[in-house]
Design a protein around this ligand. Structure first.
Ligand SMILES: [Zn+2]
Length: 264
C-alpha cells in the first residue's frame, strides 16, 4: 500500500564538470543514481549520516558510472543498470533492469522506463511518493533542453513525448546542469517567450546561491523548453526557418530543433 504522505527526500550532489548524482533518501537510507565519481558520494553520505542501499545507472556514458565500482565495494551495494552497457561496468551489474521492472525501495516501487534516443540502452527511473511523482531522466530531458542524439532522434522524440505526458506536477531530475546554456538556445527559438527570460533569471539566482537549478517541474518546462513545445506555432516557425524546410508535424519540428541545437 502506497503511503499518501511523501516519505522520500531527494538530494543533489554536484560532481565532475556539471554532473549531478541524485540521492533518493528515506530516513537514513539512500539510493544512488548515476555516480560518475565515488569520493564526493562517500563524503556526502558520511557528513549527513546516510547509509547507501543501492546504485542505479541510466546509461553507458562513463560520467554516469565511473564511481560505481568503488561505491559498490566500499558500501557492499547492489548495482542496477540496463543491458548493453560497456564491458568495464556491465561485469559489475548485479541486476539488469528494463522497461516494466520495478525495484523495491524498502516498500516503495522505483519503476524502470526505457528511454532510448540519447543512447540505445538509456533507461530512466520513476518514483511515485505520495502525491509526488519523480522522474530521474538521465541524459534524456534536461531543463530547457534535451540530450544529444547518439542513437536515433526519432527514439529520443518518443522518449521525450512519453515524459511530456506525465502529470504536470512531476519533478524532473536530469543528470546535468545545462540549464543556462540550454536557455540561450531556447531564446533563439522563441525570442519573445517571457517564460524563457523568467527561467533564466530564476536559474541564474539559484546558481549564484550555490544551488542546482534542478529538479524542475514538468509544468514549468512546458512553458520554455523548446523540445516540449514542438506543437507551438512560434517553435514550428523557427524550426522551419533554421532547417529551411516545411517541418510541420511535432516529430519533424523536434528533429529540426535537435539538428539546429547541434550547430548552435
Ligand atoms: Zn550521456
Amino acid at each position: 500500500v502506497q503511503p499518501s504522505a511523501p516519505v522520500f527526500h531527494i538530494h543533489a550532489i554536484a560532481i565532475l564538470e556539471d554532473n549531478y548524482v541524485w540521492l533518493i533518501c528515506r530516513e537514513r537510507q539512500a539510493w544512488i543514481i548515476d555516480p560518475g565519481a565515488s569520493h564526493p558520494i562517500i563524503d556526502y553520505c558520511s557528513a549527513h549520516g546516510f547509509i547507501p542501499r543501492g546504485i542505479f545507472l541510466t546509461h553507458a556514458h562513463a560520467d554516469h558510472w565511473l564511481g560505481a565500482a568503488e561505491l559498490k565495494q566500499h558500501f557492499g551495494l547492489p548495482l542496477y543498470g540496463p543491458a548493453q552497457m560497456p564491458p568495464a561496468i556491465a561485469s559489475l551489474i548485479d541486476t539488469e533492469v528494463r522497461e516494466g521492472d520495478s525495484i523495491d525501495l524498502d516498500g516503495s516501487a522505483l519503476d524502470v522506463w526505457s528511454l532510448p534516443g540519447h543512447t540505445a540502452e538509456h533507461i530512466g527511473y520513476w518514483l511515485k511518493d505520495g502525491d509526488n511523482g519523480h522522474l530521474f531522466s538521465g541524459d534524456t530531458l534536461f531543463s530547457a533542453g534535451c540530450g544529444r542524439v547518439n542513437h536515433r532522434a526519432e527514439a529520443l522524440f518518443s522518449s521525450i513525448s512519453r515524459i511530456a505526458a506525465l502529470p504536470p506536477e512531476t519533478w524532473i531530475y536530469p543528470s546535468h546542469e545545462y540549464t543556462l546554456a540550454n536557455l540561450r538556445f531556447a531564446k533563439a527559438v522563441e525570442p519573445n517567450n517571457p517564460a524563457v527570460d523568467r527561467r533564466r533569471a530564476e536559474a541564474q539566482q539559484q546558481l549564484e546561491n550555490g544551488l542546482p537549478s534542478l529538479p524542475v517541474r514538468l509544468c514549468e518546462e512546458r512553458q520554455y523548453n523548446p523540445f516540449l513545445r514542438c506543437h507551438e506555432d512560434s517553435v514550428k516557425k523557427s524550426a522551419q526557418m533554421a532547417s529551411n524546410s516545411t517541418a510541420s508535424c511535432d516529430s519533424d519540428v523536434f528533429l529540426a530543433l535537435r539538428a539546429w541545437k547541434n550547430v548552435f
